[in-house]
Design a protein around this ligand. Structure first.
Ligand code: SAM
Ligand code: SF4
Length: 348
């Protein structure tokens, strides 16, 4: 039987069995990424096929259910939640969830943040800040409007710039994320770096990961960050720093700009040994690793009872299956990506 021992904000009661989540390799799980929708108003070529099939809306958890799930994770020791997608800001009424979760900051939750393509940021920036969000990641692969249209297929560069301006004005701290793409934005990286640092934003570059079927061949796009780093070091001086944001990025300080540059290298360096995160989809499926197919269904436990005991048991069971690390090996025999689902399902 569950014994209530307290309440986290307006979340579900903290129960006696809500012990912290420690995986079989001794890693504490304190970071939850929530993909609130698999839909998006862009079709980035490395992320999605142009004619993507999305989940039927009826399969989605309601925002109230997502809130309850997040609350269960907070009760079990999650300190940081990142909302992602698809594009989180295209989910209808998403600010309801942001407000609910924001109310838990300081009562179990330390930080609520989101990763966005920036397209809807101009109209949501102030409210995000008002709900307690202080830092956001904006994905931006190029500063050239024509190339931006090419890589996002449907994106409008000016709208994203307006979003960045509005977020800055609202007081949100922005980090830019750029996927490094061979023969697309490699030559432009120095400009992207100067742009970000010139506006006081960190920049993180990411290697493309083989997730989900897309039209292009990912091996054509793949650029190892070691090569990018070597190129950038012809122009800039880097000093390794041990700055941490709770994520897998390894940072350097750039002498010439004074700013920080992060490298996320899932393909060339495995960053799994310090992994503290799990990923929840908008249907209540929990992925214990971005780069593996194993998953746990939390929706059934969520809907089976209003009491969270079953849910906590399902979460505990899932955490015992958190693998040591990912593989991300492209299946060259069948020319298939290592992980069948698209990044937009689990949100990067
Ligand atoms: N729509 C939001 C955005 O673009 O920021 C959030 C979701 S998006 C899936 C999260 C991040 O994953 C983005 O920075 C995107 O560039 C990155 N991404 C998508 N597909 C990727 C892939 N196959 N390899 C590496 N990064 C990828
Ligand atoms: Fe949408 Fe983000 Fe994927 Fe681009 S990377 S298609 S913006 S989910």
């Amino acid at each position: 039987m569950n014994t209530s021992i307290g309440t986290i904000g307006n979340a579900s009661p903290l129960t006696a069995d809500a012990h912290p989540m420690i995986d079989p390799f001794g890693r504490a799980v304190t970071y939850l990424r929530v993909s609130v929708t698999d839909r998006c108003d862009f079709r980035c070529t490395y992320c999605m096929a142009e004619n993507m099939t999305f989940l039927p809306k009826k399969d989605l958890l309601t925002l109230e259910e997502l809130d309850r799930l997040c609350s269960a994770f907070i009760a079990k020791g999650v300190k940081k939640i990142r909302l992602t997608g698809g594009e989180p800001l295209v989910r209808k009424n998403i600010m309801y969830l942001v407000r609910q979760l924001g109310a838990k900051i300081g009562s179990g939750l330390d930080e609520l943040t989101l990763t966005t393509n920036g397209s809807q940021l101009a109209r949501h920036a102030e409210e995000l800040y008002d709900c307690g969000v202080r830092r956001i990641n904006v994905s931006l692969d190029t500063l050239n409007p024509d190339k931006f249209r090419k890589i996002t297929r449907w994106g409008d560069f000016d709208k994203v710039m307006e979003g960045i301006d509005a977020a800055e004005k609202a007081g949100l701290k922005i980090k830019l994320n750029a996927v490094a793409l061979k023969d697309f934005n490699d030559a432009e990286m120095p400009d992207l770096l100067r742009f970000a640092h010139g506006r006081g934003m960190d920049l993180t570059v990411i290697e493309t990961m083989p997730m989900g079927e897309i039209e292009e061949d990912r091996t054509d796009q793949y650029l190892p960050l070691s090569a990018l780093r070597a190129d950038l070091e012809k122009l800039f001086t880097f000093t390794d720093i041990d700055y941490q944001t709770g994520g897998p990025a390894r940072y350097v300080r750039v002498t010439e700009t004074g700013g920080r540059l992060g490298f996320i290298t899932p393909m060339t360096h495995n960053f799994c040994e310090s992994c503290n995160r799990v990923r929840l989809t908008c249907t209540g499926t929990l992925y214990m690793c971005l780069g593996q197919n194993d998953a746990a269904d939390l929706r059934s436990a969520l809907r089976a009872s209003e009491d969270d005991a079953l849910l906590h048991t399902a979460i505990d069971e899932a955490i015992t299956r958190k693998p040591k690390g990912h593989d991300f090996i492209i299946d060259r025999t069948h020319n298939r990506p290592a992980v069948a689902r698209h990044m937009s399902v689990t949100g990067g």
